[in-house]
Write a protein that binds this ligand. Sequence first.
Ligand code: PEP
Ligand code: MN
Length: 266
Amino acid sequence: EFRYGEHSEVAVPTPNGVITFGQNHPLVVVAGPCSVENEEMIVETAHVVKAAGAQFLRGGAYKPRTSPYAFQGHGESALDLLAKAKEATGLGIITEVMDAADLDKIVEVADVVQIGARNMQNFSLLKKVGAIGKAVLLKRGLSATIEDWLMSAEYILAAGNPNVILCERGIRTFDKQYTRNTLDISAIPVLRSLTHLPIMIDPSHATGKSEFVQPMVMASIAAGADSLMIEVHPNPAKALSDGPQSLTLEGFEELMQEMAPLGKFF
Ligand code: PEP
Ligand code: MN
């Protein structure tokens, strides 16, 4: 049951301390590449995003690609690289689970387990992450209504895991020419009125273009987002996935500087 006016917190232990997602807490920034490609790039990215102020490193080991011929992620070996980046920086780790069979391995390194947009209504997977002792980041499905999304969150909560964070990552509309998806900024106040769960915005997958990330970040903060997820890559032009929407390391540093005066920071 969602109770109007109540706000839950999702407190996540990381090597650098407990990071809390929620309305009465500083903005939590999650940054990193779409895919974990190799040790050098993930460790370098981790150091830079940490120095710039991010609390979590993101990076995919198992990738939900539209084409079966596209890079599918390095799998288990990428989890080991995330563990190295965590060890080197103390950042919390967020990575996606696509198959419940990988969950045990993933929770060994992940501090927050991501359910991707394409699995938002994979109810058996939702029940399984409802039974783990780690927080879950639930991305909005490509064409999911707010109600569909909240019901999916409810699957996780009902299975016994209260630590759910909702992530708006853009929805399908009719225009694919200029943006990859349409960021539903109104989801922020709407969710606020309907649910106590923390709200994250992912402007990278929403816009699909790095040059549009900064204005959507500003809009998200203004509308009251609790957290942001930003794709960052040391060399976006060479990225194995989602290069066009990835900020460079320098671009991310600049973005963090620009965000700082907007409040809800430390
Ligand atoms: C991702 O975070 O890299 C990803 C695949 O996101 P989404 O599920 O929102 O498309
Ligand atoms: Mn991606």
